[in-house]
Ligand binder design. Sequence first.
Ligand SMILES: [Zn+2]
Length: 354
Amino acid sequence: MGLDLHADPIALTAALVDIPSESRHEQRIADEIEAALRAQAPWFEVIRNGDAVLARTHLGRPSRVMLAGHIDTVPAADNLPSHIANGELWGCGTSDMKSGDAVFLHLAATIAEPSHDLTLVMYDCEEIESSANGLGRIERELPDWLQADVAILGEPSGGFIEAGCQGTIRVVVGATGTRAHSARSWLGDNAIHKLGAVLDRLTAYEPRSVDIDGCVYREGLSAVRIDGGIAGNVIPDAAAVTVNFRFAPDRSVEQAVAHVHEVFDGLDVTIDLTDAAAGALPGLAKPAAAALVAAAGGQVRAKYGWTDVSRFAALGIPAVNYGPGDPNLAHKVDERVEIAQINAVTDMLRHYLT
Ligand SMILES: [Zn+2]
């Protein structure tokens, strides 16, 4: 007996969780999802790309909504098969994110006349290095499948709509000096001491909070590492502090870098960029996204970490995270999801899609 997409989404979540699907081992779960969609939702065009399953309707609706979820999990931690206790479903992948997948699959099979055309993307390899990410492969090989007016990723978000995400850069702020014996320190020039001014600027820094489309992003500029020193009797000639800037998506990477240069302006230091990822604007003012926010009763908050939402933002598609489960429980031995939250997300999305 394969997956029953008409079963309630809790039973369907349990069935998905009980098919182990650690990253790079998604073939069986993809086979089962593909077979179930072909048999139980025949109004979808269904294709397979590696171990991703894609399905879409062609109903001629004025807008298209994408429902996307990864079908892989982190390695199980002796927490399979699933079980129900205290109103929660327990097991690897319950919250991240097979409950979200189950809601999407259930809705796809039970809404024959949606008010938007639907695209379903169930993809592989989200939990490992981003070069393996199934969504990235689909973007390269099947870009027309990612066209939509709004994309909903079913990652655990505690039942809130989480929109956009912050950007991040890392810079190494370096100081140089002159080496000398510490017994004759006046002959040297201490590079570590020069970092004092850098740390003072960081301590005094007042980060912005920025409201974009009703989501408040809180920036942060933080020292995350410090390097320096040669020996217990040597004035050091080099020292560096690594600074991480998490910035609201109204700044580009270039603007964020320029801002960090401003913060350290006038100091005798070098600034080298070592890592950068752009943020994503929430894009909630666009009509298809605004309707989703309205359906959720305005329960919207900013997403702080980098997620696959950013891939859609780069394509110009408003994208949100919205799924059952507490994101803080993802990847934990005691991973679980509240059954009531699975039902609430199903009801909200059914309302939005019909
Ligand atoms: Zn996830």
